[in-house]
Design a protein around this ligand. Sequence first.
Ligand code: CTP
Length: 403
Amino acid sequence: MSVLSGKKVLLGITAGIAAYKTASLVRLFIKLGAEVQVIMTPASKDFITPLTLSTLSKRPVHSAFYEKEEENELWNNHVALGLWADIMLVAPATANTLSKMTNGVCDNLLLATYLSAKCPVYFAPAMDLDMYIHPATKNNLEKLQSFGNRMIPATSGELASGLVGEGRMAEPEEIVAFIQNDLLDQLPLKGKKLLMTAGPTYEAIDPVRFIGNHSSGKMGYAIAETAANLGAEVVLISGPSNEEIQHALIKRIDVQSAEEMYFAVHKHFGSCDIAILSAAVADYKPKKVATQKIKKEEATLEITLEKTKDILASLGKLKEDQFLVGFALETDHELENARAKLQRKNLDLIVLNSLQDRGAGFATNTNKITIIDAALNVKPFDLKSKAAVAVDILNEIIAKLAL
Ligand code: CTP
């Protein structure tokens, strides 16, 4: 999934010949899952039609403060547009518009929206080479960047004038890649390695039977996906689960038993920054696994169980700089049990689920959690979707790590 998926993009188009390329730009953003609102300066309509852009963006294109629609006059609220956006891109950005943006001139809708926007603003200059290197333009480009705007530099090549040199607007693919990389760099978990466990474990009785539990893996998978969307490189060690996950930053390792999970986790723990163990690991496993299918010969059958290795507790003993998070699923004396677990297993945070809460626990799409930190501060959360709970858990970790 692209970092641009679900993002609201304001695309400001000004009057340069490169405006014809904005049709491709809109398509690229839409293909990556972004919403695009186009704002044009009046003169830019000589270079590309609003109809083309509104068809591709699936939204009306704005270019004036007031628009006549039938008998009604509609006011295009530049403040609302500026607040709506997650990012604003001015492309092509002509020397004229760049100069106005630098000086706070506000004589069209695009400029008023730029002044109102609180989101990151990108601009892709496009002009002839002598205009691009003119001290006035250079000064404007520097000033605009000093305000926190991000420049997508013009490239070198043949220009509309026939001259060859710097000033050509970056290609739509380059613009989109620039913005994607820039957004990725700003993600709070960028460069962090997260180790996760999720799902149940299956402890074999014989070649066809096992002891398992009802864990679906939904909570752990939601955390893995959210963390990857926040820039983390995730190793997801999963017990048997029907959940599916596709993300360039997630490496999924499938295991069956607690023993397999233990070894997979230990292989990756040394190199991780954060470990979140959400798996419902079996506490006991059959002492002996029958090599052949057990036949139903006797009236009763006894299976002797022995303890599995406690993966989380073993990490608590090994931990150096890693931030270690465990889960506790409790039915009674919830806070007391969870606090004791946090201390016994040497955790930085524990996420408590109470089976007393409706909508919490296994197999549901919702969860209700309470987070307890190492200083034993208790923070209860409302019932939410597991995706929203994942965001709460990761925000808490990000705040603790002061990322
Ligand atoms: N856990 C683990 N390995 C185990 C058992 C549990 O890593 N063999 C982890 C779980 O992933 C979870 C936490 O420990 O993060 C809580 O598990 P739980 O079974 O509730 O804790 P226990 O200490 O075993 O306590 P009890 O079963 O007595 O409630």
